[in-house]
Design a protein around this ligand. Structure first.
Ligand code: NAP
Length: 258
Protein backbone atom coordinates (compact mmCIF):
# COMPACT_ATOMS: atom_id res chain seq x y z
CA UNK A 1 0.00 0.00 0.00
CA UNK A 2 1.40 3.43 -0.84
CA UNK A 3 1.81 6.15 1.75
CA UNK A 4 -0.71 8.88 2.51
CA UNK A 5 1.03 12.15 3.37
CA UNK A 6 -1.04 14.24 5.77
CA UNK A 7 0.03 17.75 6.68
CA UNK A 8 -1.29 18.74 10.09
CA UNK A 9 -1.74 15.08 11.01
CA UNK A 10 -0.95 15.63 14.69
CA UNK A 11 -4.33 16.81 15.97
CA UNK A 12 -7.83 17.95 15.01
CA UNK A 13 -9.24 17.11 11.58
CA UNK A 14 -5.88 15.94 10.16
CA UNK A 15 -5.34 13.48 13.01
CA UNK A 16 -8.82 12.01 12.44
CA UNK A 17 -8.22 11.78 8.67
CA UNK A 18 -5.00 9.91 9.49
CA UNK A 19 -6.96 7.43 11.61
CA UNK A 20 -9.57 6.94 8.85
CA UNK A 21 -6.85 6.25 6.28
CA UNK A 22 -4.97 3.89 8.61
CA UNK A 23 -8.23 1.95 9.07
CA UNK A 24 -8.25 1.58 5.25
CA UNK A 25 -4.70 0.19 5.51
CA UNK A 26 -2.85 3.19 4.12
CA UNK A 27 0.66 3.66 5.49
CA UNK A 28 1.05 7.17 6.85
CA UNK A 29 3.46 10.09 6.71
CA UNK A 30 2.45 12.73 9.26
CA UNK A 31 3.81 16.28 9.30
CA UNK A 32 3.24 19.07 11.83
CA UNK A 33 5.31 21.11 14.29
CA UNK A 34 4.71 19.17 17.52
CA UNK A 35 6.95 16.07 17.53
CA UNK A 36 5.43 14.55 20.67
CA UNK A 37 1.85 14.65 19.33
CA UNK A 38 3.04 13.24 15.98
CA UNK A 39 4.96 10.45 17.68
CA UNK A 40 1.97 9.52 19.89
CA UNK A 41 -0.44 9.35 16.94
CA UNK A 42 2.00 7.46 14.71
CA UNK A 43 2.43 4.82 17.47
CA UNK A 44 -1.33 4.63 18.09
CA UNK A 45 -2.34 4.05 14.46
CA UNK A 46 0.52 1.71 13.64
CA UNK A 47 -0.27 -0.52 16.63
CA UNK A 48 -4.05 -0.41 16.17
CA UNK A 49 -4.16 -0.93 12.39
CA UNK A 50 -0.88 -2.74 11.68
CA UNK A 51 0.33 -0.11 9.24
CA UNK A 52 3.59 1.84 8.91
CA UNK A 53 3.43 5.41 10.25
CA UNK A 54 6.34 7.84 10.11
CA UNK A 55 6.44 11.49 11.05
CA UNK A 56 8.42 14.66 10.47
CA UNK A 57 8.28 17.60 12.88
CA UNK A 58 8.47 20.65 10.63
CA UNK A 59 7.15 24.21 10.66
CA UNK A 60 5.48 24.59 7.26
CA UNK A 61 5.27 28.35 7.78
CA UNK A 62 9.03 28.69 7.30
CA UNK A 63 10.56 29.34 3.88
CA UNK A 64 12.09 26.17 2.41
CA UNK A 65 9.82 23.84 4.41
CA UNK A 66 8.41 22.06 1.35
CA UNK A 67 11.91 21.30 0.10
CA UNK A 68 12.83 19.82 3.52
CA UNK A 69 9.71 17.67 3.42
CA UNK A 70 10.44 16.47 -0.12
CA UNK A 71 14.08 15.71 0.86
CA UNK A 72 12.75 13.55 3.72
CA UNK A 73 10.36 11.72 1.37
CA UNK A 74 13.05 11.10 -1.28
CA UNK A 75 15.81 10.11 1.14
CA UNK A 76 13.51 7.46 2.68
CA UNK A 77 12.06 6.33 -0.68
CA UNK A 78 8.51 6.84 0.54
CA UNK A 79 6.08 6.07 -2.26
CA UNK A 80 3.20 8.55 -1.94
CA UNK A 81 -0.23 7.76 -3.42
CA UNK A 82 -2.40 10.16 -1.44
CA UNK A 83 -1.76 13.76 -0.39
CA UNK A 84 -3.87 15.52 2.24
CA UNK A 85 -3.26 19.27 2.36
CA UNK A 86 -4.84 19.85 5.75
CA UNK A 87 -2.39 21.96 7.85
CA UNK A 88 -3.78 25.44 8.20
CA UNK A 89 -4.83 28.10 10.65
CA UNK A 90 -6.60 31.43 10.92
CA UNK A 91 -5.83 34.82 12.42
CA UNK A 92 -9.02 36.44 13.64
CA UNK A 93 -9.81 40.05 14.49
CA UNK A 94 -9.11 43.25 12.58
CA UNK A 95 -6.57 42.89 9.76
CA UNK A 96 -4.36 45.46 11.53
CA UNK A 97 -4.09 43.29 14.66
CA UNK A 98 -1.32 41.31 12.89
CA UNK A 99 1.74 42.49 11.01
CA UNK A 100 2.39 41.62 7.37
CA UNK A 101 4.82 38.82 8.30
CA UNK A 102 2.13 37.05 10.35
CA UNK A 103 -0.40 37.24 7.49
CA UNK A 104 2.20 36.03 5.00
CA UNK A 105 3.28 33.11 7.19
CA UNK A 106 -0.36 32.00 7.45
CA UNK A 107 -0.80 32.32 3.69
CA UNK A 108 2.32 30.20 3.20
CA UNK A 109 0.86 27.34 5.28
CA UNK A 110 -2.68 27.66 3.86
CA UNK A 111 -1.83 28.25 0.18
CA UNK A 112 1.85 28.13 -0.82
CA UNK A 113 2.66 24.78 0.82
CA UNK A 114 -0.34 22.95 -0.72
CA UNK A 115 0.57 24.27 -4.17
CA UNK A 116 4.27 23.48 -3.77
CA UNK A 117 3.60 19.98 -2.40
CA UNK A 118 1.12 19.25 -5.17
CA UNK A 119 3.66 20.34 -7.75
CA UNK A 120 6.48 18.30 -6.19
CA UNK A 121 4.39 15.14 -5.70
CA UNK A 122 2.39 15.09 -8.94
CA UNK A 123 4.90 12.94 -10.85
CA UNK A 124 4.77 10.31 -8.08
CA UNK A 125 0.98 10.56 -7.74
CA UNK A 126 0.55 10.14 -11.50
CA UNK A 127 2.84 7.10 -11.49
CA UNK A 128 0.81 5.61 -8.61
CA UNK A 129 -2.61 6.31 -10.18
CA UNK A 130 -5.32 5.89 -9.16
CA UNK A 131 -4.21 8.38 -6.53
CA UNK A 132 -5.76 11.22 -4.60
CA UNK A 133 -5.34 14.80 -3.41
CA UNK A 134 -7.58 16.01 -0.58
CA UNK A 135 -7.52 19.74 0.12
CA UNK A 136 -9.12 21.07 3.29
CA UNK A 137 -10.82 24.37 2.49
CA UNK A 138 -13.52 25.91 4.72
CA UNK A 139 -17.07 27.23 4.80
CA UNK A 140 -15.23 30.59 4.92
CA UNK A 141 -14.21 29.95 1.29
CA UNK A 142 -17.71 30.88 0.08
CA UNK A 143 -17.77 34.52 1.19
CA UNK A 144 -15.60 37.40 2.37
CA UNK A 145 -15.34 37.22 6.17
CA UNK A 146 -14.49 40.51 7.86
CA UNK A 147 -12.55 39.52 10.99
CA UNK A 148 -10.97 36.59 9.11
CA UNK A 149 -10.28 38.42 5.85
CA UNK A 150 -6.94 36.93 4.84
CA UNK A 151 -7.85 33.45 6.15
CA UNK A 152 -11.17 33.35 4.25
CA UNK A 153 -9.41 34.55 1.09
CA UNK A 154 -6.78 31.81 1.50
CA UNK A 155 -9.54 29.20 1.69
CA UNK A 156 -11.30 30.64 -1.41
CA UNK A 157 -7.93 30.19 -3.13
CA UNK A 158 -7.57 26.55 -2.09
CA UNK A 159 -11.14 25.75 -3.12
CA UNK A 160 -10.73 27.23 -6.59
CA UNK A 161 -7.24 25.77 -6.98
CA UNK A 162 -8.71 22.33 -6.22
CA UNK A 163 -11.54 22.64 -8.73
CA UNK A 164 -9.27 23.91 -11.49
CA UNK A 165 -6.62 21.27 -10.86
CA UNK A 166 -9.20 18.49 -10.75
CA UNK A 167 -10.32 19.46 -14.23
CA UNK A 168 -6.75 19.62 -15.52
CA UNK A 169 -5.96 16.15 -14.12
CA UNK A 170 -9.16 14.45 -15.31
CA UNK A 171 -7.36 11.99 -17.61
CA UNK A 172 -4.45 11.20 -15.30
CA UNK A 173 -6.07 9.01 -12.62
CA UNK A 174 -5.21 11.61 -9.97
CA UNK A 175 -8.45 12.72 -8.28
CA UNK A 176 -8.73 16.04 -6.45
CA UNK A 177 -11.32 16.70 -3.74
CA UNK A 178 -11.93 19.86 -1.72
CA UNK A 179 -13.67 19.53 1.62
CA UNK A 180 -15.07 22.58 3.38
CA UNK A 181 -15.72 22.13 7.08
CA UNK A 182 -17.69 24.67 9.06
CA UNK A 183 -17.04 25.16 12.78
CA UNK A 184 -15.33 22.05 14.07
CA UNK A 185 -14.33 21.29 17.64
CA UNK A 186 -10.52 21.46 17.34
CA UNK A 187 -7.73 23.80 18.43
CA UNK A 188 -8.52 26.06 15.43
CA UNK A 189 -10.53 28.75 17.31
CA UNK A 190 -7.98 28.87 20.11
CA UNK A 191 -5.03 29.38 17.74
CA UNK A 192 -6.99 31.92 15.66
CA UNK A 193 -7.78 33.84 18.86
CA UNK A 194 -11.49 33.89 18.01
CA UNK A 195 -13.46 36.28 20.24
CA UNK A 196 -16.33 35.29 22.60
CA UNK A 197 -19.28 36.08 20.28
CA UNK A 198 -17.99 34.05 17.32
CA UNK A 199 -16.90 31.31 19.73
CA UNK A 200 -20.36 31.04 21.29
CA UNK A 201 -22.01 30.82 17.85
CA UNK A 202 -19.46 28.23 16.72
CA UNK A 203 -20.10 26.09 19.79
CA UNK A 204 -23.79 25.83 18.87
CA UNK A 205 -23.03 24.31 15.47
CA UNK A 206 -19.67 22.63 16.06
CA UNK A 207 -19.09 19.27 14.39
CA UNK A 208 -16.58 16.79 15.77
CA UNK A 209 -13.30 16.33 13.87
CA UNK A 210 -14.11 12.61 13.68
CA UNK A 211 -17.37 13.34 11.78
CA UNK A 212 -15.61 15.81 9.46
CA UNK A 213 -12.82 13.31 8.73
CA UNK A 214 -15.31 10.55 7.89
CA UNK A 215 -17.12 12.84 5.42
CA UNK A 216 -13.81 13.98 3.92
CA UNK A 217 -12.40 10.48 3.40
CA UNK A 218 -15.69 9.16 2.01
CA UNK A 219 -15.83 12.09 -0.44
CA UNK A 220 -12.22 11.47 -1.45
CA UNK A 221 -12.73 7.80 -2.33
CA UNK A 222 -16.04 8.61 -4.03
CA UNK A 223 -14.02 11.04 -6.20
CA UNK A 224 -16.24 14.01 -5.33
CA UNK A 225 -14.99 17.42 -6.51
CA UNK A 226 -16.26 19.40 -3.52
CA UNK A 227 -18.08 18.72 -0.27
CA UNK A 228 -19.32 21.03 2.48
CA UNK A 229 -19.60 19.15 5.77
CA UNK A 230 -22.97 19.00 7.54
CA UNK A 231 -26.45 20.31 6.76
CA UNK A 232 -26.06 23.65 8.60
CA UNK A 233 -22.88 24.50 6.69
CA UNK A 234 -24.43 23.51 3.34
CA UNK A 235 -27.42 25.71 4.16
CA UNK A 236 -25.07 28.56 5.14
CA UNK A 237 -23.23 28.38 1.83
CA UNK A 238 -26.55 28.32 -0.06
CA UNK A 239 -27.81 31.41 1.83
CA UNK A 240 -24.54 33.21 1.18
CA UNK A 241 -24.99 32.50 -2.53
CA UNK A 242 -28.60 33.70 -2.38
CA UNK A 243 -28.28 36.80 -0.21
CA UNK A 244 -26.71 40.16 -1.11
CA UNK A 245 -22.97 39.99 -0.37
CA UNK A 246 -23.20 43.05 1.85
CA UNK A 247 -25.64 41.28 4.17
CA UNK A 248 -23.51 38.12 4.43
CA UNK A 249 -20.45 40.26 5.15
CA UNK A 250 -22.08 42.48 7.79
CA UNK A 251 -23.45 39.36 9.55
CA UNK A 252 -19.95 37.87 9.65
CA UNK A 253 -18.46 41.18 10.77
CA UNK A 254 -20.83 41.44 13.73
CA UNK A 255 -19.84 37.93 14.85
CA UNK A 256 -16.21 39.05 14.95
CA UNK A 257 -17.10 42.25 16.79
CA UNK A 258 -16.32 44.54 13.83
N1 NAP B 1 -11.81 23.79 13.07
C1 NAP B 1 -12.54 24.51 12.27
O1 NAP B 1 -13.55 25.13 12.70
C2 NAP B 1 -12.21 24.57 10.80
C3 NAP B 1 -13.18 25.05 9.92
C4 NAP B 1 -12.89 25.11 8.56
C5 NAP B 1 -11.66 24.70 8.11
N2 NAP B 1 -10.71 24.26 8.97
C6 NAP B 1 -9.42 23.85 8.41
O2 NAP B 1 -9.13 22.53 8.80
C7 NAP B 1 -7.73 22.32 8.78
C8 NAP B 1 -7.30 21.62 10.07
O3 NAP B 1 -7.53 22.49 11.16
P1 NAP B 1 -8.10 21.96 12.56
O4 NAP B 1 -9.44 22.53 12.75
O5 NAP B 1 -7.92 20.51 12.68
O6 NAP B 1 -7.14 22.77 13.55
P2 NAP B 1 -6.02 22.27 14.59
O7 NAP B 1 -6.61 21.35 15.59
O8 NAP B 1 -5.36 23.52 15.06
O9 NAP B 1 -5.01 21.44 13.67
C9 NAP B 1 -4.19 22.07 12.72
C10 NAP B 1 -3.12 21.10 12.26
O10 NAP B 1 -2.22 21.80 11.38
C11 NAP B 1 -0.90 21.76 11.94
N3 NAP B 1 -0.20 23.02 11.67
C12 NAP B 1 -0.63 24.27 11.92
N4 NAP B 1 0.33 25.16 11.62
C13 NAP B 1 1.38 24.45 11.13
C14 NAP B 1 2.68 24.79 10.66
N5 NAP B 1 3.10 26.06 10.63
N6 NAP B 1 3.50 23.80 10.26
C15 NAP B 1 3.11 22.51 10.31
N7 NAP B 1 1.89 22.13 10.75
C16 NAP B 1 1.05 23.08 11.16
C17 NAP B 1 -1.13 21.56 13.44
O11 NAP B 1 -0.02 20.96 14.09
P3 NAP B 1 1.05 21.81 14.98
O12 NAP B 1 0.29 22.84 15.75
O13 NAP B 1 1.73 20.78 15.82
O14 NAP B 1 1.97 22.39 13.98
C18 NAP B 1 -2.30 20.58 13.42
O15 NAP B 1 -1.85 19.28 13.17
C19 NAP B 1 -7.10 23.70 8.58
O16 NAP B 1 -6.71 23.86 7.23
C20 NAP B 1 -8.23 24.66 8.91
O17 NAP B 1 -8.10 25.88 8.24
C21 NAP B 1 -10.97 24.18 10.30
Amino acid sequence: MPFALITGGSKGIGQCIATELAARKYNLLLVARDASLLSAHASYVSEKYGIEAHYLALDLGQAGATQKLMDWIHSNNYNVGLLVNNAGYGLSGPFTKYNAEAHIEMMRVNMEVPVALTSALLPMLTKNAPSYILNIASSAAYQAVPGLSAYAASKAFILNFSRGLRHELKNTGVYVTAVSPGSTDTNFANRADVGPKALKTAEKVNMTPEAVAKIAVTALFNKKPEVITGFINKLGAFLVWLLPKKLAESTAASLYGL
